[in-house]
Design a protein around this ligand. Structure first.
Ligand SMILES: Cc1ncc(COP(=O)(O)O)c(C=O)c1O
Length: 367
C-alpha cells in the first residue's frame, strides 16, 4: 500500500506560492536556456528550450552514463540514468525488498526514504542521527538494530534535514556489517555536490553500496529529472534495469539529453550555485546565536540546516500561521521525524534579503 507522503503533499501545497522562502533545501530552478548555451536558433520560445539538441536521441543515454562515470570516477556500467533521485531510490528498494524484509533508516530523515520501503512491504526500524555526534549515525546503534532479516540500510549524506555528512569510517563500518548479513547500504547523496571537495560518491566504499543522486539540488535542475543510481554493474544491468522497466518502461530520453547538456554547462551552473549559496550559512549562524531559544549545529557547507527550538513549542502551528499571514515558510521538523520543536531552514535568497526575513521569522515564531 502506498501511504500518503505527508511532507511532499504539504510541500506541493505551500512551496508554489511562498513569498519569503526559508524552506527550500536546493538551488532554485535554473532557466532552461542555461542548458542550451550553444543554441543557434535565435531566442528560446516560452518553454525556453529552443536550441536544445536531440531530446529524442537515444545516444544521450550512453553519453550521460559516460559523463557521470567520468565525473564520479566509477565505471560506466555501474551508472543507471533515472528520473531523479526519487526513481533511483525507488528502483534500489524495488530491486532488493520483499514483504517482511527489514530495513534500517536514519531519523530524522526525508520521508520517502521510510515510506518507499514500507510501501514494498518492508518493516522499517529507525536509528537516530544525533547533534552530539555532529549528526553522524552511530555505527554501533545501526549494527545493534540489524538482524539476519535486514536487507537494506538507508542513509542520506549530506543529511536531509541537518546538512551533515556521514563520515567515511561510519560508512565503512556499516558496509562491513552489510557484507556479513548479505544486506546492502543505500546512500541518498542528492546534496553531495555542495561543498569544497571534488565530486565523489559513497559507491566507492565497497561492493554492497548503492548511491542515488541527481542535479536537482546542486544545480537547480529538478525539472530536468536528470538522476542516477550507481551500483555494481551486475546489479544495475539485471535487477535495477528490470525494476525500471516495471515502473516507467524505458524512461525515454529527455532526462538524459538534459543531463548531458547540464554536464556541458557545468561551469556556469557551478558559478550560479556559488553565488546563490553566498554567505547565508554564516548569516543564519549569527541569527541563531542571537536568540536564546534557538540552537543548531552549523552544517559544514551547503544551503540548509536544522534549528532546534527550546521549550514545547508547536513549530508546525506557528509556521502555518506565518505562511497564512506573511507568506513566510520554513520546513517544520515533524515532517522529518518526531521532533515537533525544530525546523529546517534554507538560505536560497539573496544575502541582503536574508537578514530581514530572519527577523520576521523570529517574530512569527515568537522566539
Ligand atoms: C534526501 C532527498 N532525496 C531525494 C530528493 C528528491 O530528489 P530528485 O528531485 O532528484 O528526485 C530530495 C528532495 O527534496 C531529498 O531531499
Amino acid at each position: 500500500m502506498f501511504e500518503d507522503l505527508a511532507y511532499l503533499k504539504w510541500a506541493e501545497r505551500h512551496y508554489r506560492s511562498v513569498r519569503v522562502n526559508l524552506a527550500a533545501s536546493g538551488i532554485p530552478d535554473a532557466p532552461a536556456a542555461m542548458l542550451s548555451p550553444h543554441a543557434s536558433a535565435g531566442t528560446p520560445g516560452p518553454s525556453g528550450l529552443s536550441g536544445l539538441p536531440g531530446l529524442s536521441d537515444w545516444s544521450h543515454w550512453t553519453a550521460f552514463r559516460d559523463g557521470l562515470a567520468a565525473r564520479y570516477d566509477v565505471p560506466s556500467a555501474e551508472v543507471l540514468p533515472t528520473l531523479g533521485t526519487s526513481q533511483a531510490v525507488f528502483l534500489a528498494c524495488a530491486s532488493l525488498l520483499e514483504a517482511g524484509d527489514e530495513v534500517i533508516v536514519e531519523t530524522p530523515t526525508y520521508e520517502p526514504l521510510v515510506r518507499v520501503p514500507e510501501a514494498l512491504g518492508a518493516v522499517v526500524t529507525q536509528v537516530p542521527r544525533r547533534s552530539s555526534r555532529a549528526f553522524d549515525p552511530d555505527p554501533e546503534e545501526v549494527l545493534a538494530a540489524m538482524t539476519p532479516r535486514t536487507r537494506l540500510v538507508i542513509l542520506s549524506s549530506p543529511h536531509n534535514p541537518t546538512g551533515h555528512r556521514v563520515s567515511d569510517t561510519t560508512l565503512e563500518a556499516i558496509h562491513e556489517a552489510c557484507l556479513e548479513l548479505d544486506a546492502w547500504l543505500l546512500v541518498d547523496e542528492v546534496y553531495g555536490d555542495f561543498g569544497p571537495r571534488a565530486p565523489t560518491t559513497a559507491r566507492k566504499v565497497g561492493e554492497r553500496v548503492l548511491a542515488a543522486s541527481s542535479f536537482t539540488k546542486s544545480w537547480g535542475l529538478r525539472w530536468a529529472r536528470a538522476g542516477w543510481l550507481i551500483g555494481p554493474a551486475s546489479f544495475i544491468e539485471d535487477r535495477a534495469m528490470t525494476a525500471l522497466r516495471h515502473t516507467a518502461g524505458q524512461n525515454g530520453t529527455a532526462h538524459v539529453a538534459l543531463g548531458v547538456a547540464a554536464l556541458e554547462a557545468q561551469e556556469a551552473l557551478d558559478e550560479r550555485t556559488r553565488h546563490i549559496v553566498g554567505d547565508g550559512r554564516m548569516i543564519v549562524d549569527r541569527w541563531v546565536a542571537a536568540h536564546d531559544a534557538l540552537s543548531w549545529r552549523v552544517p559544514p557547507f551547503g544551503l540548509y540546516g536544522w534549528v532546534e527550538v527550546a521549550g514545547a513549542i508547536d513549530v508546525r502551528a506557528r509556521v502555518e500561521r506565518a505562511y497564512a499571514d506573511q507568506g513566510l515558510l520554513v520546513a517544520p521538523g515533524e515532517f522529518f521525524g518526531p521532533e515537533r520543536s525544530a525546523f529546517r531552514i534554507g538560505w536560497t535568497m539573496d544575502d541582503d534579503r536574508l537578514d530581514e526575513s530572519l527577523a520576521l521569522l523570529a517574530r512569527v515564531l515568537e522566539v
